[in-house]
Design a protein around this ligand. Structure first.
Ligand code: MLT
Length: 267
């Protein structure tokens, strides 16, 4: 099913009576980056994905976004579709949204899946890199930015292992609107640090990171997982930053095990 909630395009698959999982995509992707997971999980879970404001088919507006606004958008979907006790699953920027959402209103969530993300805010170097990216889009265009940025997100062998997926994702990113892409960069640049509240996460949490992720490396995510009490941490082989797309078999297996253990009746 497709819905428009608060100007956001929301997509659901599966039976609404099943346990809900909300999938939040990374930057500068859209909801389709979760297709491999949703195809697998839709039989037993209510799978909800959406396009973050400014990206995909969601409303673009003036591009003045903040991470706080992205979190309110998530809450508006939960409320608008009457979703109860969801598990939230976010990759990278989607993880920033998930972490801030659970920090703000922990009682809303039954579990967390964090892929290739981090709790720290951008450091000075990171802020400058975001500014340079915005300049590049202003002076050149989104396509030039994507040509630079997206290859860094993938394992160097992924374009050979799965050329069809790689081309499709590249096309999705190049088609994004420049106002939306710059708005997301500013929202990430100005986000707060969620490190201190990791210890407050009480729900089961799965933490996954690609072995060759250079944007949010395994060492960073391992530290993050250590701070979360009920967390399980796995390194995803044959993968860079985009684990759900680069090694869906491994990711799906770990996600299914996590869900089975924590949410499916064992009777
Ligand atoms: C993402 O995949 O969402 C981005 O790499 C996040 C970021 O640039 O911090």
């Amino acid at each position: 099913m497709e819905y428009t909630v608060n100007d956001l395009k929301v997509y659901t698959k599966g039976n609404k009576n099943n346990k809900p999982i909300i999938f939040i995509h990374g930057f500068p992707y859209d909801h389709t980056m979760w297709d491999y997971q949703i195809d697998k999980l839709k039989e037993n879970f209510y799978c909800v994905s959406y396009d973050i404001r400014g990206l995909g088919q969601s409303y673009i507006g003036d591009g003045q976004y903040t991470m706080e606004a992205f979190v309110w958008d998530l809450f508006s979907i939960i409320d608008g579709l009457h979703i109860e006790d969801p598990i939230v699953c976010g990759l990278s920027m989607g993880g920033y949204i998930a972490l801030r959402a659970i920090e703000k209103e922990p009682e809303r969530f039954a579990g967390v899946i964090l892929c290739d993300t981090r709790a720290e805010a951008d450091n000075n170097e990171g802020k400058i890199a975001r500014s340079n990216a915005i300049d590049k889009i202003n002076v050149e265009d989104v396509e030039s930015f994507v040509n630079d940025f997206v290859p860094k997100c993938f394992h160097k062998k992924t374009p050979v292992r799965n050329p069809e997926m790689y081309e499709r994702i590249f096309y999705t990113c190049k088609s994004q609107n420049s106002i939306g892409v710059k708005g997301a960069l500013i929202a990430m640049l100005s986000r707060r640090d969620s490190t201190k509240s990791l210890k407050e996460i009480k729900v089961p949490t799965l933490v996954l990171v690609g072995r060759k992720d250079i944007l949010t490396p395994p060492a960073v995510m391992k530290e993050m997982a250590k701070d979360i009490k009920k967390s399980k941490f796995y390194i995803v082989p044959k993968s860079g930053h985009m684990t759900p797309l680069e090694n869906p078999e491994f990711v799906n297996e770990k996600v299914e095990k996590f869900l089975e253990k924590n949410y499916v009746s064992k009777s």
